[in-house]
Ligand binder design. Structure first.
Ligand code: HEM
Length: 400
């Protein structure tokens, strides 16, 4: 379990209190909460926009044209870019690194508010370039393959953002944003493989899976239909290879045998790897594509893989970021199960062109996120109340 706990503390960790939680000043916590809220505003507006695109009809006040149009950027850059930036800065404990999530949050909120014309897009370029510097700093403190992979993820985000700000279409950029998320998560998981018995196959197999991902992305620069098709094939094959690698070498295969939180995290991770495998196979089969097939290629990875990772890491991320405990409850399995069931429904709807299955599945994915947020907030409240009770009980127990 301790190994899972250290998953996100990339290099240095903040001083811990007797409860094991990082000690932080109240202004520091307020700042982090504000940044987190800004990121979550990207999630909320992005989901509302995504629902409208399904289409699921929402009351007028819950829908704005730019949330619909910018659903993808709000999710990837406004929400996840900010969240990942926060998590990396928490791990590093170096003040200047907070510039990346701060700029990402400002850009995300501006996109959602529909202000500033194209400057939020350029702000995202600056945020991601800053994040590349942060990743380079991490690698200089603690050199290793895992940090190089995470840095490559940061570079993929920056390239995607530059192309988007320069007028590129989202479908051409989506694989770059996907590589950002996949490589970031992969790098964090590679770090933890040191707790498993080393295998001489692990490194060559990882490089063999990473190479086609890079080659597939590079093909996107060639403006020819055959190159785009070859790019989709290689990118997808690379994702399949990475999923296979994670299933084989991740410590989740060991921690699933331990009850409670370690098993919950392992279930999330292994389920997510299954979706990465499926998403890669769909990409290899028919990327570039449009309409329903476009929806299925993207969301197998963005919802199935990425959200499984968020659900699994939330009990570790929240205590590290906010210095507040999250009390694990078996109810945490609910959003995970909902996500799998509804994503499967959505993808079957996409594959067989059944609009109602796609709409119900997509709406179910949004409900799963809401359930997850409700469970997380209640777990933080219960964890904090538990701490307060322990805090009150302790002095009494020391009395004669
Ligand atoms: C949770 C509920 C979600 C719903 C209901 C939803 C819905 C949709 C829909 C209907 C589309 C249009 C697909 C098409 O053109 O046929 C779309 C596109 C997209 N989605 Fe989602 N989505 C969700 C989650 C996510 C997540 C978590 C991410 C990223 C982490 C994401 C990223 C994208 C991207 C990048 C596009 C392409 C946008 C474009 O081409 O402009 N979505 N989504």
């Amino acid at each position: 379990m301790t190994s899972e706990m250290s998953a996100l503390s990339t290099t240095r960790s903040a001083p811990a209190s007797v409860t094991g939680l990082p000690v932080m000043r109240s202004w520091e916590r307020i700042g982090r909460v504000l940044l987190l809220m800004a990121g979550i505003s990207g999630l909320v507006t992005g989901i509302l926009g995504g629902l409208t695109r399904l289409p699921v009809l929402l009351p007028g006040g819950m829908m704005r044209a730019n949330w619909v149009e910018l659903h993808g950027p709000l999710m990837v850059c406004g929400f996840l870019g900010t969240l990942i930036g926060i998590e990396r800065s928490v791990g590093l404990g170096i003040r200047w690194t907070w510039g990346a999530p701060l700029l990402g949050a400002v850009a995300g909120v501006s996109l959602a508010a529909g202000i500033g014309g194209s400057w939020p897009q350029w702000l995202l370029v600056v945020a991601s370039a800053w994040f590349v510097l942060v990743s380079w700093k991490v690698d200089s403190i603690q050199p290793g393959l895992s940090n190089v992979v995470m840095a490559l993820g940061a570079v993929a985000w920056m390239v995607g953002n530059i192309r988007w700000a320069a007028g590129g279409a989202v479908p051409a950029i989506a694989p770059w944003w996907m590589a950002f998320l996949v490589l970031t998560i992969l790098g964090e998981r590679i770090q933890l493989t040191r707790y498993r018995k080393p295998s001489r196959w692990a490194r060559p197999m990882l490089l063999a899976a990473l190479a086609p991902v890079g080659a597939g992305l590079a093909c996107g620069f060639i403006d020819h239909a055959d190159a785009r098709r070859a790019g989709g094939l290689m990118f997808g094959a690379g994702l399949v290879g990475l999923a296979g690698w994670l299933m084989s070498f991740d410590i989740a295969r060991v921690t699933i045998k331990h009850p409670g939180l370690p098993r919950f995290m392992a279930v999330c991770l292994l389920g997510g790897y299954g979706w990465l495998f499926a998403g890669g196979a769909l990409f290899a089969w028919n990327w570039p594509c449009q309409g329903y097939h476009y929806d299925m290629c993207l969301h197998a990875v963005f919802v199935g893989f990425v959200f499984s990772m968020i659900f699994g890491h939330a009990p570790v991320i929240f205590p590290a970021v906010l210095g507040l405990p999250v009390r694990f409850t078996p109810w945490s399995y609910l959003p995970v199960g909902l996500t799998h069931v509804f994503l499967l429904t959505r993808i079957v709807g996409d594959l067989l062109s059944i609009p109602s299955a796609r709409a119900w599945g997509g709406a179910g994915n949004a409900v799963a996120v809401i359930v997850f947020m409700a469970i997380t907030v209640s777990a933080v409240i219960r964890g904090t109340m538990n701490l307060t009770t322990i805090g009150r009980a302790k002095p009494r127990s020391t009395q004669p």
